[in-house]
Design a protein around this ligand. Structure first.
Ligand SMILES: *Cc1c(COP(=O)(O)O)cnc(C)c1O
Length: 368
C-alpha cells in the first residue's frame, strides 16, 4: 500500500466528481472551489487541479501566499484571496493576477495606491451582511462605495465581484443576510459600481438556500466529500481523504491492564492490543480518546485510552488483527470506513476541523 506507516490517501477523482455534483446543484454560471488551508488538508495543488478538472472555473484561498503557491505551480485560473494583513505584499499578488477581497476603506486605499495607472487591480468588495467578521459594515457602505468609485474612475481598481459570507445560524438568518446583500449591491450600483460576479453561498448555503446562489458559489467542505447537509448526504458526495495507520505492534495482555497515559482505559479480559502510529501531533483529536472509531480489516473498534502525541492503542479483543494490517480512522463510509464526521462527533467538533488539522507528518498519497 505504501512505504509509510501512516498516510492520508487523497483521491482527486472524488473531488472532481463532487464538483460536478455541486455544479448540478448550484446551477450558477461560475463555481469557485475553496482550497485554503492546504486544500482543507488534502493538498492545495492536488485539490485545485481536481476542482478545475471537475468544472470549477475559480479557486479561492484565504491567505495571499496560498494563492501565490497555486500560481507558482502553474495554475492560471482566476484565484480570489480574501484575507491579508498590513504586512502582506499586495504587489506580488497583483503582479500574479490574484483577485483580492477588499474588506475596508483602508484596504481599498492600499490596493489602489499599489496598482499601476491603467492596469487596475482586480478586486471583490466584501460586505458584512451579518456574520460580524470580515467585510465592510453597512454603516460604512456609502463611504466605502464612494472611495471605490473614485479608485475605479482613476483606473486603479476593477471591481470584478461583490460578496458576503453567511453565518449559517438558521435559514431565516441566512435569507435576511441575502436581503441585506441585495440592498448593498443596489447601493453600489448607485455609485456606478456594477460587479459582474455576485457571490454569497458556501457549502451549506449552496445546499439549503438556492435563492442565494447568485452568479457564483464558493464551496469548500462539500467539494472534499464532507457532507455538511442532509441534501449532500443524499447527493452521493465522495470523501476524498482516507487516513490510516499501520498496525505496527500487537500484544496479548491480561485482564485489568491499564492502557496509555492516566490509565483511562483498562482491559476487561485477556485481550489483544493493537498499536497505531497516529497521534495528536498528526491532528488526531485528543478529545477522541476512548471514543474515536477505528476500522481494521473491515471490523470497527474504538480507540482505547488516551490518544497520545504519536500513537494510539486499540483493544481488538480476540479479533485476528495482525501487525502490518492497516487501521482506517476516517475515509469513505461506502467502503466500510468510519467518516470524518464520526470522528467529529466522537471528539466534540466538526468534520471541517478533523480534515483541515491533519498534521504535516502524515504523507498525502495521491491515488491515481
Ligand atoms: C472557507 C470559506 C468558504 C467555504 O466554506 P465551506 O463551508 O467550506 O464551503 C467560502 N467563503 C469564505 C469567505 C470562506 O472563508
Amino acid at each position: 500500500m505504501s512505504q509509510h506507516m501512516r498516510e492520508a490517501r487523497i483521491r482527486p477523482a472524488a473531488i472532481s466528481h463532487n464538483v460536478e455534483v455541486l455544479k448540478a446543484i448550484a446551477q450558477t454560471p461560475h463555481m469557485l472551489i475553496v482550497v485554503k488551508a492546504n486544500g482543507y488538508g488534502h493538498g492545495a495543488e492536488t485539490a485545485a487541479r481536481a476542482a478545475l478538472e471537475g468544472g470549477a472555473d475559480w479557486l479561492g484561498t484565504a491567505d495571499l501566499d496560498e494563492a501565490l503557491e497555486l500560481r507558482a505551480a502553474g495554475i492560471t485560473s482566476p484565484i480570489l484571496a480574501w484575507l491579508f494583513g498590513p504586512q502582506d505584499d499586495l504587489a506580488e499578488a497583483y503582479e500574479q493576477g490574484i483577485d483580492l477581497g477588499v474588506s475596508s476603506r483602508a484596504q481599498l486605499e492600499r490596493v489602489a495606491a499599489m496598482a499601476a495607472k491603467n492596469a487596475p487591480a482586480r478586486i471583490h468588495l466584501k460586505l458584512d451582511t451579518g456574520l460580524g467578521r470580515n467585510g465592510v459594515d453597512p454603516s460604512d457602505w456609502d463611504a466605502f462605495f464612494s472611495a471605490v468609485q473614485q479608485a475605479q474612475k482613476a483606473s486603479r481598481v476593477q471591481v470584478i465581484g461583490i460578496f458576503t459570507h453567511l453565518s449559517g445560524t438558521s435559514l431565516e438568518a441566512d435569507a435576511e443576510q441575502g436581503r441585506e446583500f441585495d440592498s448593498g449591491v443596489a447601493r453600489a450600483h448607485e455609485y456606478g459600481i456594477v460587479p459582474e460576479i455576485r457571490h454569497v453561498a458556501s457549502s451549506i448555503g449552496t445546499s439549503d438556500s438556492p435563492a442565494l446562489a447568485h452568479d457564483m458559489v464558493r464551496v469548500g467542505a462539500a467539494a472534499y466529500g464532507v457532507p455538511v447537509t442532509a441534501r449532500y448526504r443524499e447527493a452521493g458526495l465522495v470523501p476524498a481523504m482516507r487516513v490510516s495507520g499501520q498496525v505496527i505492534l500487537t500484544k496479548r495482555v491480561t485482564a485489568g491492564r491499564g492502557v496509555g497515559y492516566g490509565h483511562t482505559y483498562r482491559t476487561e479480559r485477556d485481550t489483544t492490543l493493537a498499536l497505531i502510529p497516529l497521534g495528536y501531533a498528526d491532528g488526531i483529536p485528543r478529545h477522541g480518546s476512548s471514543a474515536g472509531p477505528v476500522a481494521i480489516n473491515g471490523e470497527k473498534f474504538v480507540v482505547s485510552g488516551r490518544v497520545s502525541m504519536d500513537q494510539l492503542s486499540v483493544d481488538v479483543g480476540d479479533s485476528p488483527v495482525t501487525e502490518g494490517q492497516w487501521a482506517v480512522l476516517w475515509g469513505d463510509p461506502a467502503e466500510g470506513d468510519p467518516s470524518a464526521n464520526d470522528w467529529a462527533e466522537a471528539s466534540g467538533t466538526i468534520a471541517y476541523e478533523i480534515v483541515t488539522r491533519l498534521g504535516a507528518r502524515v504523507p498525502r498519497v495521491v491515488a491515481p
